[in-house]
Each structure stands twice: as structure tokens, then as C-alpha cells.
Design a protein around this ligand. Structure first.
Ligand code: GFB
Length: 323
């Protein structure tokens, strides 16, 4: 902590904060959180207004806006099939977004930046729960190695900026996320929104069978995105280290179990089949959250409650928008 001019403590509520990716699942939750906490000078750009892959455009944006703080929540993200099918896009687009944003933030004097990664940075067969120190100790899960490599590069860039320039930049690695504003595309989404949509559509149409992907036996941990947003502000105000820090709930369940919870939350009572030609992905990725817990933060939204809220959001926003 001695290598930086930033001192952890409350961020001034009138400071200019740039939330990169403020329309996405994570960025929009962080935006809501900062607004609720009284931040009055938030800056965001849609991808149509500012393409973070456009290096010159990103530098122009930073020169004009000069944010004091940056939350880097912009990324190309997707579920297991999207990652597996489009590795070039996940590698190249994420590297460009990160490098451009961090280079421009460095050039324009940003002292404090939070970079967000993912639990898929850890080796496929790492011991569980995943401690931060397991990074780069083994082979990655092949279905998302391209995305993981981009995120690992981001962690390294944050560390390099700290080492070379003494800036108080930090990295947080959230576990699998869900919540309002998620992508509910049947082929591109993560498992939770996919199940919510599939079960809801089956309930509405009276279908008696749904087909999920894989064997249902992999274990996953789910964090509500509003909890992540709360953790992000906590970290911006309290955490200052070159080492990335895990953000999760510290508990996981099988995909079959989560499917049962989604069926209950949605009110689907039919049969469930498993298409084992679809990939399972990594068998387990449970975060060790002891570092974050010791720092003073724990998640507060239980999975049952979070699921009910997400189903309600889906019905009010996605289903209603289609009707
Ligand atoms: O959420 P998910 O796509 O991502 O899939 P990962 C989790 C598990 O749910 C896998 C199963 O075992 C899937 O086979 N699953 C069952 C389904 N039915 C479905 C379905 O309809 N859709 C989806 N998507 N899955 C991603 C990575 O891995 O996790 C990203 O690809 C990122 O890089 C993200 O890190 C958090 O947890 O396997």
C-alpha cells in the first residue's frame, strides 16, 4: 500500500467516476449503486457513442472528460457456448477494450481504477475453493480459455501500472453473476438467465419437457449483481493491493440443483432432460472469499431471493417488452 498516493477511504461523492460498460449487467448495477450512494458526477457512454475498441476515440474521451475514478466493467461476455464458439472475439475484443481504456486512463492521470475479471481465470482443475494464489498454476478450462487469457492480461496490466507508475489500481474477480439487466439470449447467455427464459416459456406455452445443457453435475456459485456492485464500492474505498481479490458468496450448488430452484421460482412443473452433447465446462469453480470477508465485506442477497427478483425483472422487462 505504500507505493501509491491514494489513501483508502470514502470517495468524494462529487468526484467524476467513469463506469465503462454502464449499460451491461455489471456496469448498470454499479451505476445504480453509485447513484444510490450519492455520487453526482457519473460518466457513461453506450457502445454506440464510444466504441472502446477505437483507441483514438477512447483517448479523446478521456482527454475531454478527465475522470478521477474508473470502473472497468466493459467486456464482451457470454455463456459457455458463446465463449466456446467465438474465442477470437472474446480474446481480441476484451484485450482491445482493456488495453485502450487502461492506457488512456494512465495517460490522463487516473489514480484509481477498478478492473473486473472472472473466476474463469483459475486453472480448470485447481483445488477448491479457489484461492487468489492459484492464478497461473495450471491449464485453463478450454471452453473459455480465450476470455480467461484476456482477463489475466488485465490483472497483469493493473499490476504493471502499479509497479511502473505507482497508481492505486486494483482488480476484482467476481464469480458467476446474475440479476436484472442480464442477457437472456437462448444461445449466448449464461446458465441462469437461460434457465429462467426456457422454464418461463415452457410454463407459458404449456410444454411438458425442457432440455438443458450438459449433465447437470457441474458445480457453480452465483452472486447477485447488486451484491457485486456493493462489493465494488467497498473495494474502491477500502482495498489497495496489487493482488486481485475474489468476490463471491463462498457456496455453490450443482446445475441440477439450480435448475430445480429456477423451476420453483418460475412455476414450471414439467419434465427436465439433459443434452449431454453440450459442454459441461469446468467441473467446479467455487471462490475462496476469505480475503474479502477478512477485509469486512460479505454478500447479503440469498440465491432464492435473488432468483425471485430476477424472474420478476425478466417478466416485467423482457417478456413485457416482447408482448
Ligand atoms: O453459465 P455457463 O454458460 O458458464 O454454464 P460457465 C454453466 C453450466 O450450466 C454449464 C450448464 O455446465 C452448462 O453446460 N447449462 C445447462 C447451461 N443449461 C444451460 C443453458 O441453457 N445455457 C447455458 N449457458 N448453460 C462461463 C464462461 O462458464 O462463465 C465465461 O464461459 C465466464 O468465460 C462465465 O467466466 C462466468 O460457468 O461454464
Amino acid at each position: 500500500m505504500a507505493d501509491v498516493t491514494f489513501s483508502p477511504g470514502p470517495l468524494p461523492r462529487d468526484a467524476k467516476v467513469y463506469v465503462a460498460g454502464h449499460r451491461g449487467l455489471v456496469g448498470s448495477a454499479i451505476w445504480r449503486k453509485l447513484q444510490a450512494e450519492g455520487f453526482t458526477n457519473l460518466v457513461g457512454r453506450t457502445s454506440a457513442e464510444l466504441d472502446l475498441k477505437d483507441r483514438a476515440g477512447v483517448f479523446e474521451f478521456f482527454a475531454a472528460e478527465r475522470p478521477a475514478y474508473v470502473v472497468l466493467a466493459a467486456a464482451k461476455v457470454g455463456g459457455i457456448m458463446a465463449n466456446n464458439t467465438y474465442p477470437v472475439d472474446f480474446l481480441s475484443e476484451n484485450l482491445q477494450i482493456q488495453v485502450n481504456t487502461m492506457d488512456a486512463a494512465l495517460a490522463h492521470g487516473v489514480e484509481r481504477l477498478l478492473f473486473l475479471g472472472s473466476s474463469c481465470i483459475y486453472p480448470k482443475l485447481a483445488p477448491q475453493p479457489l484461492k487468489e494464489g492459484y492464478l497461473l498454476t495450471g491449464h485453463l478450462e478450454p471452453t473459455n480459455d480465450a476470455y480467461a487469457i484476456a482477463k489475466i492480461a488485465g490483472i497483469l496490466q493493473v499490476q504493471a501500472v502499479r509497479r511502473q507508475y505507482g497508481r492505486a489500481w486494483i482488480s476484482a474477480m467476481p464469480t458467476n453473476l446474475y440479476g436484472p439487466g442480464d442477457n437472456f439470449s437462448p444461445t449466448g447467455s449464461h446458465v441462469l438467465p437461460a434457465l429462467i427464459r426456457r422454464y418461463e416459456e415452457a410454463r407459458q406455452s404449456g410444454a411438458t419437457t425442457v432440455v438443458n445443457w450438459g449433465t447437470g453435475s457441474p458445480l457453480r456459485e452465483f452472486l447477485h449483481v447488486d451484491d457485486l456492485a456493493d462489493a465494488c464500492l467497498f473495494l474502491l474505498e477500502h482495498y489497495d493491493s496489487p493482488d486481485h481479490i475474489n468476490v463471491g458468496v463462498g457456496e455453490d450448488l450443482t446445475i441440477k440443483e439450480i435448475a430445480g430452484m429456477v423451476a420453483h421460482a418460475v412455476g414450471y412443473t414439467g419434465e427436465v432432460e439433459w443434452d449431454t452433447t453440450k459442454p459441461d465446462g469446468t467441473p467446479r469453480k467455487l471462490m475462496d472469499v476469505s480475503k474479502l470477508t477478512a477485509a469486512g465485506w460479505t454478500a447479503s442477497i440469498g440465491l432464492r431471493e435473488g432468483l425471485e427478483r430476477t424472474v420478476a425483472w425478466y417478466r416485467a422487462n423482457v417478456v413485457a417488452a416482447r408482448d
